[in-house]
Design a protein around this ligand. Structure first.
Ligand code: AIR
Length: 192
């Protein structure tokens, strides 16, 4: 039995978009939620609905498989899976689906997330997991949007616009840095 979405279906609840969920966001524990919610937030900026669940490859192995099968059948396009420590969630999901799987290694106090990075990235040939940086949930959301955009021109334009806004922001900051010099820039931005 799959648990109900932990924080609601992003897209119809917490965040504003009316589209049905296309991305399943899974995490091994609710302790991963503050990191993993970044994926749902950025997907919502692109108008892509997602659903967020806590399901563990080790604590609830049957429910993971049940969820993957059910969401595949309901038209999902991508899975994003985050876990810490012995992070096998993304790999187990990838073993049960032909949809693309993006893995987010979650940082922990003992090993700073390096264990999760290796566990998520070092998949055997034949079962890929596209692994982002430790705690890189925002990039996982953007990558999921880019995957979906390969068959959606409107969405592809939104991704281009996002990148243009990002570039404009960096150039604006650089202009301010050149005008003020680094000492005043640091002061004005409360960085020292
Ligand atoms: N985890 C849960 N089941 C399998 C794994 N690898 C991970 C969670 C979390 C960490 O164990 O993804 O990052 C600690 O979980 P908790 O619930 O003790 O906070």
């Amino acid at each position: 039995m799959v648990n109900k979405p932990l924080v609601g279906t992003f897209g119809s609840g917490d965040l504003s978009t009316s589209s049905p969920p296309l991305v399943g966001i899974l995490m091994g524990s609710d302790s991963d939620l503050s990191v993993m919610s970044e994926a749902a937030k950025v997907l919502s900026e692109f108008g892509i609905g997602s659903e967020v669940h806590t399901l563990s490859a080790h604590r609830t192995p049957e429910a993971v498989v049940e969820y993957v099968k059910a969401s595949e059948a309901s038209g999902y396009k991508v899975f994003i899976c985050g876990a810490g420590g012995a992070a096998h969630l993304a790999g187990v999901v990838a073993a049960h689906t032909a949809l693309p799987v993006i893995g987010v290694p979650i940082m922990n106090k003992t090993t700073a997330g390096v264990d999760a990075l290796f566990a998520t990235a070092q998949m055997p040939p034949g079962v890929p997991v596209a692994t982002v940086a430790i705690n890189g949930a925002k990039n996982a959301g953007i990558l999921a949007a880019q995957i979906i955009a390969t068959s959606d021109n409107t969405l592809q334009s939104k991704v281009f616009e996002y990148k243009k806004r990002m570039a404009a922001d960096v150039l604006k900051k650089n202009g301010e840095l050149q005008d003020k010099g680094f000492r005043k820039y640091l002061e004005d931005h409360g960085l020292i």
